[in-house]
Design a protein around this ligand. Structure first.
Ligand SMILES: [Zn+2]
Length: 343
C-alpha cells in the first residue's frame, strides 16, 4: 500500500511540474569582482521575477528567482565565483520550492547589496543586476596615499620626500615662486569596463582591456614624475558609471581628468588612441560632448543603477569637473600622452 501511495505522489508531482507555466531560461550569468563592488548580472530573454533576502550569521544573500529553469540557473552560476572575489566566498543554486529557484551567496563580510533591473540594450537582453558593496565605501584618497607611501625607493632624484623638498641641488627650479610641495593629482580614467566592453577590435580585442593597459602605463609614467601623482578611476575589469568616475576624481581633488579611450572617434577609419581633455568650452568641448554622449550610452550598456543616491555629489556633472581643470594644461597633457603612445 505504501509503495502504491508513494507512486501516486510521484506521478502527481511529475504532472505538477509538467503543468507549470513555461519557465524562463537564463541566458548568461556574469560576475565582476572588484574592490569597489562585485556585480552579479543575470541575463534572460524576459524580465525575471525576483526577491532578495539578507541573512545574518553567517552573512548571506539569498536571491529567489521565480519561474526560471533550474538547470539554466545552475549552469549559469557554475564556476562563476573566483577565489579573489572580495565579497563572495561561495554560491549555491537549488530548487527552493516548486517554481522558485534559490541562489545563496555566502559572503566574506557584511555587505550593502543593491538589486535592480535593466531593459535590453545593444547585445544584451533583460538583466537582473545584484551589486554587492562594502559597508564602508573605499576611500580613493587613502588608496592614493598608501600607494604613494609604497614608493620609498630612492630614485635618481632621491626619495619622494627629497623630491618634494627640492633637495637635489642639480635640479633647476624654473618657477621658484611656485610652492615646492604642490602635488599635481591626475585622475586617469580607463574607458568602459565590466559589462561595457566598448569597441571591439577586428581580432576580438576589447577596448575596455586596451584602455586599462594604457591607463596603468600612464599612471606609472605620471607617478615617476616628481610632484605628480595619478589615481586610476578603475583598476580592474568592472563597470563604473560616469558619475562615479567623476566622483572619484573629485574626492582626490584631481587637477586633471584624463579619460582614455581606444575607439574610432567620428571617423571610423582613424587608427590609434584618443585622449580627451575636458573643458567648459572651446576647442575640446566637441570631444567632451562626444565623450559624455559615449559615456551615457556606456552607462546604459554597463548598467547604471539610476536609483543609487549620490547625496553629496548629486549635482555633479562633467562641467563641474571641467571648471577645476586647466584646459590648456589638459590639452598639453593629452598631446604628451598621445606622444608617449605613439598615436
Ligand atoms: Zn571608448
Amino acid at each position: 500500500m505504501r509503495c502504491a501511495a508513494l507512486g501516486a505522489v510521484l506521478v502527481f508531482s511529475n504532472s505538477l511540474l509538467a503543468a507549470e507555466p513555461s519557465s524562463e531560461s537564463i541566458r548568461a550569468v556574469r560576475v565582476w569582482p572588484a574592490q569597489d563592488y562585485t556585480r552579479v548580472t543575470v541575463e534572460s530573454g524576459e524580465p525575471l521575477k525576483h526577491n532578495l533576502l539578507r541573512v545574518r550569521n553567517p552573512e548571506r544573500l539569498v536571491l529567489d528567482l521565480e519561474e526560471v529553469d533550474l538547470q539554466s540557473v545552475q549552469q549559469g552560476f557554475s564556476d562563476k565565483v573566483s577565489a579573489n572575489d572580495p565579497y563572495i566566498a561561495n554560491l549555491r543554486v537549488g530548487l527552493f520550492k516548486p517554481g522558485v529557484v534559490r541562489v545563496v551567496l555566502d559572503l566574506k563580510s557584511e555587505v550593502k547589496p543593491q538589486i535592480f533591473t535593466l531593459a535590453p540594450i545593444g547585445e544584451y537582453g533583460h538583466r537582473l543586476v545584484l551589486d554587492i558593496y562594502p559597508i564602508e565605501p573605499l576611500d580613493p584618497i587613502l588608496a592614493l596615499l598608501q600607494k604613494r607611501e609604497l614608493k620609498t625607493e630612492p630614485g635618481i632624484f632621491g626619495t619622494p620626500d627629497e623630491q618634494k623638498r627640492g633637495a637635489s641641488p642639480s635640479i633647476k627650479q624654473p618657477q621658484p615662486a611656485a610652492p615646492a610641495d604642490r602635488l599635481v593629482t591626475i585622475a586617469v580614467d580607463a574607458g568602459h569596463g565590466g559589462e561595457d566592453p566598448g569597441a571591439r577590435g577586428r581580432s576580438g580585442t576589447r577596448e575596455k582591456h586596451v584602455t586599462l593597459t594604457i591607463a596603468r602605463k600612464l599612471k606609472s609614467l605620471i607617478d615617476a614624475e616628481p610632484n605628480m601623482r595619478a589615481m586610476l578611476t578603475r583598476d580592474g575589469d568592472y563597470f563604473i558609471d560616469l558619475g562615479a568616475r567623476v566622483e572619484k576624481a573629485q574626492l582626490v581633488k584631481a587637477d586633471l581628468f584624463v579619460s582614455v579611450h581606444a575607439d574610432a572617434f567620428i571617423k571610423p577609419h582613424v587608427r590609434g588612441s584618443s585622449v580627451f581633455a575636458l573643458s567648459e568650452r572651446g576647442a575640446s568641448s566637441t570631444a567632451a560632448l562626444w565623450l559624455a554622449r559615449g559615456e551615457n550610452r556606456a552607462d546604459l550598456i554597463g548598467g547604471i543603477n539610476t536609483a543609487r543616491k549620490r547625496d553629496r555629489y548629486l549635482e555633479m556633472t562633467l562641467n563641474d569637473l571641467s571648471l577645476t581643470a586647466q584646459v590648456n594644461d589638459s590639452l598639453k597633457l593629452a598631446r604628451a600622452v598621445l606622444g608617449e603612445l605613439g598615436g
